[in-house]
Write a protein that binds this ligand. Structure first.
Ligand SMILES: Nc1ncnc2c1ncn2[C@@H]1O[C@H](COP(=O)(O)OP(=O)(O)OP(=O)(O)O)[C@@H](O)[C@H]1O
Ligand SMILES: O=C(O)[C@H](O)COP(=O)(O)O
Length: 396
């Protein structure tokens, strides 16, 4: 993708407004439980500091729905960021985001200093992409850097609207995300294998449809596999089923055949009586799922077949866990796939969300080529959609 980035624009002495995605998980005591998105923003922030820009950061956190609810304050992020940078980060706590303290902090900034604004979703106008709010944000700065890949699928005031009033370039995080995933989609080294899992077929329809145009092998596991198995005529007991997607599953299987894409579905599964961590369970062939049980993970045979396909691949994209990995009894399938990816020689890309969390939790994260910081955004990217936060970045 031929977009301008921060190196294409002079930042020395300039006020630079940077949209990050600091939407990080926190526990009830407001401790950040995973700071991967803050870490992901550091290269851009460090570049701007080193090149003597005045760095004004903004982000959303959670969904406060336009109310200044302090449960969603970005103050803990300012603290963590300061620790990671080893440098003071001034937090402008105005509930109206662009308020007295933000304006004062920005007007007093020296080159290389960092200010973080309050959660942009404290303003109702943010998610409506209101031009007046976008203009207010833009009035703080001279350059807009979008580095919020995780929010690039939202056309909001701070992700897209602000670009109507300021020159807009990308940060390193967005650039890396679009470079790695863009290359996998447009010019993948073959064989190209995609693995899709997670709960719902409906969430991934567009992704399956787009990837069928590009991959050599498509592996489908997780809860969504049962709708495909049902479409093939298997009885799936109490497993997850989207009845209204059975026809579509048939169409997608027909498309795979027509395109010469090898479609792999589970051959066996770990079936349980209940959706519970300590539920009675056993491994059965998919043709033998008892009527009173539900498939909560792929079985060993499936792990073996899927791993073989991964071993041969040169490009692998994975989105969605193979089973209910949050419960140890049903995490082996997801672990097996993560392990096969970690040990293969190809380019390995994890499309964010739950699969990224699973790879992290299971200890394979540092063995992957790229783990996207976007959940919904990476899905839309894999669907082949143009993301509004990327569309606004100026072309080279
Ligand atoms: N066989 C199954 N039955 C029921 N739930 C399942 C099954 N397999 C996986 N899941 C659940 O699917 C959920 C993940 O689904 P989701 O579609 O959100 O994945 P994801 O695409 O990785 O996440 P995101 O959309 O955030 O990127 C997990 O919580 C997991 O427990
Ligand atoms: O976590 C995410 O996927 C992004 O930060 C976007 O958040 P949203 O779904 O609340 O817009």
């Amino acid at each position: 993708m031929n977009k301008k980035n921060i190196e294409d624009i002079g930042v020395k002495g300039k006020k630079v407004l940077v949209r990050c995605d600091f939407n990080v998980p926190m526990d009830e005591n407001k401790n950040i439980t995973d700071d991967i998105r803050i870490q992901g923003a550091l290269p851009t922030i460090k570049y701007l500091i080193e090149n003597e820009g005045k760095v004004i950061l903004m982000s959303h956190l959670g969904r406060p729905k336009g109310d200044p609810n302090l449960k969603y304050s970005l103050e803990p992020v300012a603290k963590r960021l300061a620790e990671l940078l080893g440098k003071e980060v001034t937090f402008a706590s105005d509930n109206e985001v662009v308020g007295i303290s933000a304006k004062k902090a920005v007007s007093e900034m020296k080159n290389g200093e960092v200010v973080l604004l309050q959660n942009v979703r404290f303003r109702k106008e943010e998610t409506k992409n209101n031009p007046a709010f976008a203009k207010e944000l833009a009035s703080l700065a001279e350059i807009f850097v979008n580095d919020a890949f995780g929010t690039a699928h939202r056309a909001h005031a701070s992700t897209a609207g602000v670009a109507d009033y300021l020159p807009c370039v990308s940060g390193y995080l967005i650039q890396k995300e679009i470079d790695v995933m863009g290359k996998a989609l447009s010019n993948p080294e073959k064989p190209f294998v995609a693995i899709l899992g997670g709960a719902k077929v409906s969430d991934k329809m567009g992704v399956i449809n787009n990837l069928l145009e590009k991959v050599d092998t498509l592996i489908i596991g997780g809860g969504m596999a049962y709708t495909f198995l049902k479409a093939k005529g298997y009885e799936i007991g109490n497993s997850l089923l989207e009845v209204d997607k059975i026809e579509l599953s048939k169409e997608l299987m027909a498309k795979a055949e027509e395109k010469g894409v090898k479609l792999l579905l589970p051959l066996d599964c770990v079936a349980a009586k209940e959706f519970k961590a300590d539920a009675v369970h056993k491994t059965v062939g998919v043709e033998n799922i008892p009527v009173d049980m539900m498939g909560l993970d792929i079985g060993k045979e499936s792990i073996g077949i899927f791993s073989e396909a991964i071993k041969e691949a040169k490009t692998i994209v994975w989105n969605g866990p193979m089973g209910v990995f949050e419960m140890p009894a049903f995490a082996l399938g997801t672990k097996g796939i993560a392990e096969a990816m970690a040990n293969c020689n190809g380019t390995t890309i994890i499309g964010g969300g739950d699969s990224a969390a699973a790879a992290e939790q299971l200890g394979f994260a540092d063995k992957m080529t790229h783990i996207s910081t976007g959940g919904g955004a990476s899905l839309e990217f894999l669907e082949g959609k143009e993301l509004p936060g990327i569309a606004v970045i100026e072309d080279k």
